[in-house]
Design a protein around this ligand. Structure first.
Ligand SMILES: Cc1ncc(COP(=O)(O)O)c(C=O)c1O
Length: 396
């Protein structure tokens, strides 16, 4: 007898990641021989630094190719705690640290370990695509908090407070933000921490882009006094060390939460790849000079992109304070009726002008597109020329 194809209901609580969809559509066009300029990919175009690659090569040569403990090697967990301490002045120990298969996996495991059905999770808008899906998957309820574009998509304690209820379990803050590049200043982050901790609400800080800050020094709210009780850190080596394909991330959290996450991990992925962990140890312990080098280049590209976007009539753009994304408001393109929304905008821009961007709908706003400037100035120039012409065309 043939089995009926019936996908489990919980899968219907999540949707295909829009950023991945854009990548797939752009890829399809490229395979057809179309010259696509890709502003969709949220990943550094730099290679992984040589010393990190060499450490993994050496690990392979030394047959470091077996299982490791599910939560990562002691060596890497120690190195992550030491790096976080050196960078931000925190004080985590190995039982409070878990190595995961990328930062996304840390966030997924955290949600699975913490959220009960009906728990509310507060998510500022615009948000990184994955948050709401992993909250849904865990049976939680996403409570979206609109930030104001005019005040730079700022996430503030006052704004968040209005959305806290007796059911709030967790608040997520991603600073610098993907997609807007907005940064929560340290003083405001402290207010957010005070607000959440006094109510016994967890504060998840997604530090994926924490080293890519254009003004001021990087900081972690986990370094605040008593923060370790309620602050949960999701970290990633993907962007900081141009290691997206290595799939190494981490969580720093109270030991019982780490233990719960590790239990889940031991029955799902088991350990992150053994030799990738050796590369990660080198990333944590070796020279950190690749970070300022990449940041300087991102700054140059940011300034170029912002300048070019400001030359397009009707388009408004805030200067990103961190990460490597521009999030222009392109709603001027809707006025003639030729374009309906940002999904339509991104679709037409890809099929007519062969530029891949991610529509704002993916991040919870409908008037924007996300442009990743983690690509060369040459590509940025080509793509922005096309974008400019496209907008002039649909506005007319
Ligand atoms: C805000 C944010 N958090 C976390 C991640 C996860 O990165 P990874 O799973 O590659 O470590 C990303 C990746 O795009 C991101 O943009």
């Amino acid at each position: 007898m043939q089995a009926t194809l019936e996908i489990a209901e919980r899968i219907s609580t999540i949707s295909v990641s829009s950023t991945m969809k854009v990548a797939a559509d752009a890829d399809r066009l490229r395979r057809e021989g179309v010259d696509v300029v890709d502003f969709g990919a949220g990943e550094p175009d730099f290679p992984t630094p040589q010393n990190i690659k060499q450490a993994a090569i050496d690990a392979l040569a030394a047959n470091f190719t077996k299982y490791t403990p599910a939560g990562g090697t002691q060596e890497l967990r120690e190195a992550i705690c030491a790096r976080h301490k050196a960078d931000f002045g925190t004080n985590y120990s190995v039982p409070e640290c878990l190595v995961t298969v990328g930062g996304k996996h840390a966030i997924f495991n955290l949600m699975e370990a913490l959220i009960n059905p009906g728990d509310e999770v507060v998510i500022p808008v615009p948000y990184w695509v994955t948050y709401k899906d992993v909250v849904n998957y865990a049976g939680g309820i996403s409570v979206f908090v609109d930030t104001d574009e005019k005040s730079g998509f700022e996430v503030t304690a006052a704004l968040l407070e209005k959305h806290l209820t007796a059911k709030t379990k967790l608040v997520i803050v991603n600073s610098p933000s993907n997609p807007s590049g907005a940064v929560v200043p340290e003083s405001e982050f402290l207010k957010i921490f005070e607000l959440t901790s006094k109510r016994g609400i967890y504060l998840l800080t997604d530090e994926c882009y924490c080293h890519f800050l254009y003004d001021g020094s990087p900081f972690s709210i986990a370094a605040a006094p008593n923060a370790k009780e309620t602050v949960l850190v999701a970290g990633s080596l993907s962007k900081t060390y141009a290691m997206t394909g290595w799939r190494i991330g981490f969580a720093l959290a109270p030991a019982p939460i780490i233990t719960a996450m590790m239990k889940l991990q031991s029955h799902s992925t088991s350990n992150p790849t053994s030799f990738a962990q050796k590369g990660a140890v080198e990333a944590m312990k070796g020279p950190q000079s690749s970070i300022p080098t990449m940041l300087a280049e991102y700054r140059r590209r940011r300034d170029f992109v912002i300048d070019r976007l400001r030359q397009i009539e009707g388009v408004s753009i805030l200067t990103p304070k961190g990460a490597f994304y521009a999030y222009p408001n392109i709603s001027v393109a809707y006025q003639s009726g030729k374009v309906k929304n940002s999904l339509d905008f991104a679709g037409q821009l890809l099929s007519n002008s062969h530029v891949a961007v991610v529509p704002g709908e993916a991040f919870g706003t409908s008037d924007h597109i996300r442009i990743s400037y983690a690509t060369s100035i040459h590509e940025l120039e080509r793509g922005l020329d096309r974008l400019h012409k496209f907008i002039d065309g649909v506005r007319a």
